[in-house]
Design a protein. Structure first.
Length: 191
């Protein structure tokens, strides 16, 4: 009796389900993440899926909420570095993602869902607001939303064409956009 009670109480089950869902989406797209495939990948009984996620849509959304939180963390850490130059922090962030196919695929899947469903578009809007707020704490004189958009675009382009979008190119783009805090802005000439 005690053994079955411990099998039913599995506090990490929900996390395993979400992790398995993200892995399946990365490998097979959202269509590949069914209750059956997720249960098998997470090593849980199929019948317990609806206990944690009443619908497949709830499951997929919870997985992308987790993905958004996990993907946001590196930006937050990079920009929070107290002694770091924001240009270098953003450059390292873009370059660090080299070869991270899983993140790129999950991000692409999330973008597709956001184009089709408001729930996912709202999730991306929250992510963008959060990113802009973090960037705004370190960058002045330019729109944090613009910096975030450039950072995402550079990440995608670097992933697709790493020989062309080199680390130096990434750094040069950020240097062109972000004013040096040590250099005073130019004073307009008076007539």
């Amino acid at each position: 009796m005690e053994r079955s009670a411990s099998r039913r109480h599995d506090p990490e089950r929900r996390d395993r389900i979400i992790a398995a869902t993200l892995d399946l989406i990365a490998d097979h797209g959202t269509a590949g993440a069914t209750y059956r495939t997720v249960a098998a990948a997470a090593g849980i009984p199929l019948g317990s899926m609806t206990y944690h996620f009443p619908s497949r849509e709830d499951l997929i959304f919870a997985a992308f909420e987790r993905f958004a939180d996990e993907t946001f963390s590196p930006l937050d850490r990079a920009m929070a570095a107290s002694d770091g130059d924001p240009v270098e922090a953003l450059t390292r962030l873009v370059v660090r993602d080299d070869g991270d196919v899983r993140t790129q695929v999950l991000l692409a899947e999330l973008y597709v869902l956001a184009f089709r469903q408001d729930r996912y578009a709202d999730l991306l809007r929250q992510w963008m607001r959060r990113s802009s707020a973090v960037i705004a704490r370190r960058v002045v004189g330019v729109s944090p939303r613009a910096i975030d958009a450039v950072q995402e675009g550079l990440g995608l382009q670097r992933w697709l064409a790493p020989d062309e979008v080199t680390e130096d190119v990434v750094r040069d783009v950020f240097r062109a956009l972000i004013p040096d805090p040590e250099t005073p802005p130019p004073v307009p000439e008076q007539e």
